[in-house]
Design a protein around this ligand. Structure first.
Ligand code: 13P
Length: 284
């Protein structure tokens, strides 16, 4: 299959009351894990790239990897740019072949967030590419974006209404109390706020900060309209622990390919576990 945008897969997910996993990859091996695991479980999937990962590898290599992997997968695969504040990077991703992008102007006042998000929608729609945008500020650390507890704030219902009326996004990410990175205590999810925002429109909602949330939280959020769930930190841990655990068990082996295989297996377990939790298996 060729690459798809996230639009159709998320509309189907919202209607079917499941969520599509959006997994932040780090390199070709982790991208391969995400696509191959989705293929085995017959799940639509979103391969997500942070701005940092894009700049590390370059635009062209990432697109060529994903195109080749998606061709061999008989499931819908999208490549999505995660949180991006820089319009020139968004434009380069669109030109290079990304099928979906996120504009994160959530730190700006509402009118500026709306204007920048509208600009990206206009740019992306011309190429048939989907757009995610954020409102409120999601706490925690996601690569270079760090929002401390004082600055993190929930998306307002009235502001969400205005935003959704003015910006025709394919996926809306309202801050509802989740955070990027590891949770220090019990996350305080504003389910009531999520419900009110969800009732405003049929636009699929994104749940950020997926690592560390319980099955119960996932189920409630999915029932309330979250159709895209982001997982990044868990994969970073699997990537590094997969390496370390293998090395500790065979410290003298020094065989890079077996280490890559160990990383692959650790990542696969994490991706499969989440796809099953989100209920997107057998949904193609
Ligand atoms: P976690 O790092 O908490 O999994 O969050 C991922 C995310 O929301 C990326 O945008």
């Amino acid at each position: 299959m060729s690459l798809v945008s996230i639009t159709e897969m998320l509309i189907k997910a919202r209607e079917g009351k499941y969520a599509v996993g959006a997994f932040n990859i780090l390199d070709y091996n982790s991208m391969r894990v995400v696509v191959e695991t989705a293929r085995e479980l017959q799940a639509p999937v979103i391969v997500q790239t942070s701005e940092k990962t894009v700049l590390f590898w370059g635009f062209k290599p990432i697109v060529s990897w994903i195109k080749e992997l998606a061709e061999d997968a008989n499931v819908p695969v999208a490549i999505h740019l995660d949180h991006c504040k820089d319009l020139s990077i968004i434009k380069n991703c669109i030109d290079a072949g990304w099928s979906s992008v996120m504009i994160d102007a959530s730190s700006r006042p509402l009118e500026e967030n709306i204007a920048l998000s509208q600009q990206v929608v206009k740019m992306a729609k011309f190429h048939g590419i989907s757009v995610e945008a954020e409102l409120g500020e999601i706490g925690g650390i996601e690569e270079d974006i760090s929002i401390n507890e004082e600055n993190a704030h929930l998306a307002g219902v009235e502001q969400s209404k205005i935003f959704l009326e003015k910006v025709k996004v394919d996926c809306f990410a309202p801050a509802i109390g989740t955070a990027h990175g590891l949770y220090k205590g019990e996350p305080k999810i504003a389910f009531d706020r999520l419900k009110e925002i969800s009732l405003l429109s049929d636009t699929p909602l994104a749940l950020h900060g997926g690592t560390g949330l319980s099955e119960d939280v996932f189920k409630k959020c999915i029932a309330l309209g979250c159709s895209k769930i982001n997982i990044s930190t868990q994969l970073k841990y699997a990537f590094i622990d997969g390496f370390l655990n293998y090395y500790k068990s065979k410290p003298t082996e020094y065989n890079p390919l077996t280490i890559l295989k160990a990383q692959y297996n650790a990542l696969k377990q994490a991706v499969a576990e989440n796809i099953m939790l989100f209920g997107s298996n057998q949904k193609v």
